[in-house]
Design a protein. Structure first.
Length: 517
C-alpha cells in the first residue's frame, strides 16, 4: 500500500493527552471534568475512526516513519477509540453515585478523568509507533498511566492490587527492554547508511534476510515473550490481571480487559512474528503457551465468587485463544501451494478477529457487571439473584455478552472461535489445538450460563429484596446496548469486517514470510 505522511498519527494521541492536561489544570468542578473528557474523547473517537478507515487503503506515517499506522495498527486504534468513548460516557453516572454514597471524594472525579485520558493517549501511541524502543517506553507508560486507576479507591484491596499491578508489569516489561537492546545490537551493524536500526520495519527487513545470529534471535524472542506477554496477561505471567480487573473502577476494568491487554498482544505480534521464519519452534512454543493460558483461565473461573474476578479469569482464557491463533500463523510455508498456508492464514485471521471480538464482548460484560454493582452494591455471585425483572436491559446485555464470549452461533464470538477451530484442523499435526479449544469453550459456556442464570433468573436473596433496584441510567446502558448490537452485527454479517481483518492479517503474514505476500 502507498505510504502518506499524515498528521493524524500525532493528533490521535495528542488530543487525549492535551485533554488530560486541561482537566488537571481546569477541571476542579466535576461537571467541567466530565465536559472536557467527553469533548476530548469524542474528538479522539472521530480521529481514530478516520485512521481506522484510511489505514485500509494506505499506510499513514509521521516523523520520518517513527510513527506508522498500517491496517493492523488502524484496527487497534479504532477499537481503543470506540471503547474509550463508551467508557467515558458510562462513567458519568457511575462516579456520581459513588460520590453520593461517600465511596469517593469529589476531587477523585477529576483524577479519574485526567488519568483515564492519559491512559488512552499512551495506548494510542503504543499501537502507532514504529520505533522499538519507543514501543517499550510507551508500553511501560501505559502501566504507569493506569496504576493509580487500578488503586483508585485507595483501600487495602485496591492498594494491594495496584502494587501488584505496578511491580509485576514493571518487572515483566523490563525483559522486553533486554530484548530490544539485544535485537538492536544485532541489527545496527547490518543497516544501510541513514537507516534507523530502531525502526521495527528496518529490524524486520534485516532479520528476514538472515543477517542476525540464531542465538540472538532466540534470546530476543524469549525476552519479548516474557516482557510483552506479561502485559498481555499470558500465563504464567498473568498474576496481576485478576486483582487489577477486580479492584479497579468498573469503567477502567472495561478498558484494561477490552483494550489494554490487546496492546500487549499487539506488541508481541509486532516483535515476534518476524522470528517465525527463522525458527519455527518459536511459533510452536507460542501455540503451546496459548493453550496453557486458555486452560488455566477456564480452570480458575470455576473457583471465583466475585463477579469481576470471574470475568478477569475469562479474559485470561480468551487471551489464550488469541495467542494460540498467532502461534498457528507460524505454520506458513514458502510454497504457495502448501495447504498449511491456509491454516496459517485462518490462524492469524481468527486471532485478530477474536482480539477485536473479545475487546467488544469483554467491555460489554464488565460494563454489565458494573451496572449490577451500581444497582445493588453487590459483587459476589451467590449474593445476587432475580435481577432480570428489575434490570431487563442489563440482563439482556449480560446474556448477549455471555453467549458471544462462549461462541454461540449468530454472535461474533462464534465466528472468530470457529475460524480458530478451522485453523487448527487445517494444519497437519495441530488438530489437538482445535480439540482443546472446543473443550475449553464448552466448559466456559457451562460456567457462564450458571453465573448468568444465578444472577438474573435465580431466586432473589432476602437482602436484595430490601434494596430499591432499578435499571441503570441511559448513559450507562446505551453503550452496553451498542456493544450488544455490534455482537449481533458481526455475528450475522461477518463479511462487513472481512476486508479490514484480511488486510491486517496480510500485514502479519508478510512479517512471518521470508518474502512478501
Amino acid at each position: 500500500m502507498p505510504e502518506v505522511i499524515s498528521s493524524y498519527c500525532i493528533l490521535i494521541f495528542l488530543v487525549p493527552a492535551l485533554t488530560s492536561l486541561l482537566i488537571l489544570l481546569a477541571g476542579k468542578v466535576p461537571s467541567v471534568s466530565r465536559l472536557l473528557a467527553f469533548i476530548g474523547m469524542s474528538v479522539t473517537f472521530i480521529m481514530t475512526s478516520i485512521v481506522f478507515f484510511e489505514s485500509q487503503t494506505k499506510v499513514l506515517t509521521a516523523l520520518n516513519n517513527q510513527l506508522r499506522i498500517d491496517s493492523l495498527s488502524g484496527l487497534l486504534n479504532g477499537l481503543i477509540g470506540l471503547i474509550g468513548l463508551i467508557v467515558i460516557i458510562y462513567s458519568f453516572p457511575y462516579l456520581k453515585l459513588e460520590k453520593n454514597k461517600g465511596i469517593i471524594q469529589e476531587r477523585k472525579i477529576r483524577s479519574f478523568y485526567w488519568q483515564t485520558m492519559l491512559f488512552i493517549s499512551t495506548m494510542l501511541v503504543a499501537v502507532s509507533t514504529n520505533n522499538i524502543i519507543l514501543l517499550w517506553v510507551i508500553i511501560e507508560a501505559t502501566t504507569l498511566g493506569s496504576a493509580l486507576l487500578v488503586a483508585f479507591y485507595w483501600n487495602k484491596n485496591a492498594l494491594e492490587a495496584g502494587y501488584k499491578y505496578l511491580m509485576l508489569l514493571t518487572v515483566g516489561i523490563s525483559f522486553a527492554l533486554f530484548g530490544c537492546v539485544i535485537i538492536y545490537s544485532g541489527v545496527a551493524s547490518h543497516v544501510a547508511n541513514g537507516a534507523d536500526p530502531l525502526q521495527i520495519t528496518i529490524i524486520s527487513s534485516v532479520v528476514k534476510q538472515g543477517m542476525i545470529a540464531g542465538n540472538i534471535i532466540l534470546l530476543a524472542a524469549v525476552f519479548f515473550i516474557v516482557g510483552f506477554g506479561t502485559k498481555a496477561g499470558i500465563a504464567p505471567f498473568h498474576a496481576w490481571l485478576p486483582d487489577a480487573h477486580a479492584e479497579a473502577p468498573t469503567p477502567i476494568s472495561a478498558l484494561l480487559s477490552g483494550v489494554m491487554i490487546k496492546v500487549g498482544i499487539y506488541a508481541l505480534i509486532r516483535t515476534i512474528a518476524v522470528f517465525y521464519s527463522i525458527y519455527s519452534t518459536i511459533s510452536l512454543f507460542v501455540t503451546i503457551l496459548g493453550i496453557f493460558t486458555m486452560l488455566l483461565g477456564v480452570f480458575m473461573m470455576f473457583f471465583q465468587e466475585n463477579l469481576k474476578r470471574f470475568l478477569a479469569y475469562s479474559s485470561v482464557n480468551h487471551v489464550g485463544y488469541i495467542v494460540m491463533g498467532f502461534g498457528l500463523a507460524g505454520s506458513i510455508s514458502p510454497s504457495a501451494s502448501d495447504p498449511a498456508n491456509n491454516g496459517a492464514y485462518l490462524g492469524m485471521y481468527g486471532a485478530l478477529f477474536h482480539m477485536l471480538n473479545h475487546g467488544i464482548i469483554k467491555s460489554l460484560l464488565f460494563l454489565s457487571a458494573g451496572a449490577i454493582i451500581y444497582a445493588t452494591g453487590i459483587r459476589k455471585i451467590d449474593e445476587l439473584g432475580g435481577l432480570s425483572k428489575k434490570m431487563p436491559v442489563t440482563s439482556f446485555c449480560f446474556f448477549i455478552g455471555s453467549f458471544a464470549i462462549c461462541g454461540v452461533p449468530l454472535l461474533n464470538g462464534f465466528m472468530s472461535k470457529f475460524t480458530l477451530f478451522l485453523a487448527g484442523a487445517a494444519i497437519p499435526g495441530m488438530l489437538w489445538t482445535t480439540i482443546i479449544a472446543i473443550i475449553s469453550s464448552i466448559m466456559a459456556l457451562a460456567l457462564y450460563m450458571h453465573v448468568a442464570y444465578r444472577i438474573f433468573m435465580g431466586p432473589m436473596p432476602e437482602d436484595i429484596k430490601k434494596i430499591d433496584i432499578k435499571e441503570v441510567p441511559a448513559s450507562m446502558w446505551s453503550g452496553m446496548l451498542v456493544l450488544s448490537l455490534i455482537c449481533f452485527g458481526l455475528g450475522i454479517f461477518p463479511q462487513l469486517i472481512y476486508p479490514i481483518l484480511d488486510k491486517a492479517t496480510h500485514v502479519v503474514l508478510a512479517l512471518i514470510a521470508k518474502g512478501s505476500l
